[in-house]
Design a protein around this ligand. Structure first.
Ligand code: E4P
Length: 219
């Protein structure tokens, strides 16, 4: 399973990358706004240099011609950039064009299995179903992941299931059990995957016992 970090913050990306388990980055216009990105292309270029894996950068156009122009420019930023395109009619048409041009895409804002099916037919590299936002409206986000994995397996689509809007470690655990190819998570969720109170208690005890042993050997 690939781990992506869902942020535009360079310090967070560095911290996650330093762990040695980061496979890529996803950004979106809200995440860029959150940290006040001024030079979008320059900022994405920096992220692409920092990590070896795929970096999603989202278009803000909503009409086919503009999406294609914007996406082609984003694609020139680096070899590991992925053009993130919303799951709307013109977005799907643009994804088909990008796919024919060999430009990698991440089809975002997916909330239904049939949307995911169309994105795969258009040749999206990644589909991003948003778990947390479905849970937010009392709809089981995980069912969407299950359905997409089943449908893609049924027909052998190569589009990778990139579970997004992950809010806590249980989301990640369920996605891993269901076979999502990728999970994109905030830094806090990535770090929370490491935590277990028995690990902390156990380590304290090991170190205390080791100290005791050293002291007894000195006597
Ligand atoms: C995915 O690519 C999105 O950037 C992100 O996961 C959305 O998460 P949110 O619903 O927590 O904003």
């Amino acid at each position: 399973m690939k781990f992506f970090i869902d942020t535009a913050d360079l310090d967070e990306i560095k911290e996650a990358n330093d762990l040695g388990v980061l496979d890529g980055v996803t950004t979106n216009p809200s995440l860029c706004a959150k940290i006040g990105v001024r030079d979008f292309e320059g900022h994405i270029a920096k992220i692409c240099e920092m990590v070896a894996g795929d970096v999603s950068a989202e278009v803000v156009s909503t009409e086919y011609d503009e999406i294609v122009e914007e996406g082609r420019n984003i694609a020139k930023i680096a070899d590991n950039v992925v053009v993130k395109v919303p799951l709307i009619k013109d977005g799907i048409k643009a994804i088909k064009t990008f796919s024919e041009e060999g430009i990698k895409t991440n089809c975002t804002l997916c909330f239904s299995p049939t949307q995911a099916l169309i994105a795969a037919k258009a040749g999206a590299t990644y589909i991003s179903p948003f778990l947390g936002r479905l849970d937010d409206i009392s709809t089981e986000g995980m069912q969407l992941i299950r359905d997409i994995v089943t449908i893609y397996d049924n027909y052998g689509y190569e589009t990778e299931v990139l579970a997004a809007s992950i809010r806590h470690p249980m989301h990640l655990l369920e996605c891993a059990k269901e076979g999502a190819d990728v999970a994109t998570m905030p830094l806090g969720v990535i770090k929370s995957l490491l935590k277990h109170p028995l690990t902390d208690i156990g380590l304290d005890r090991f170190l205390a016992d080791w100290d005791k042993l050293q002291k007894s050997l000195e006597e």
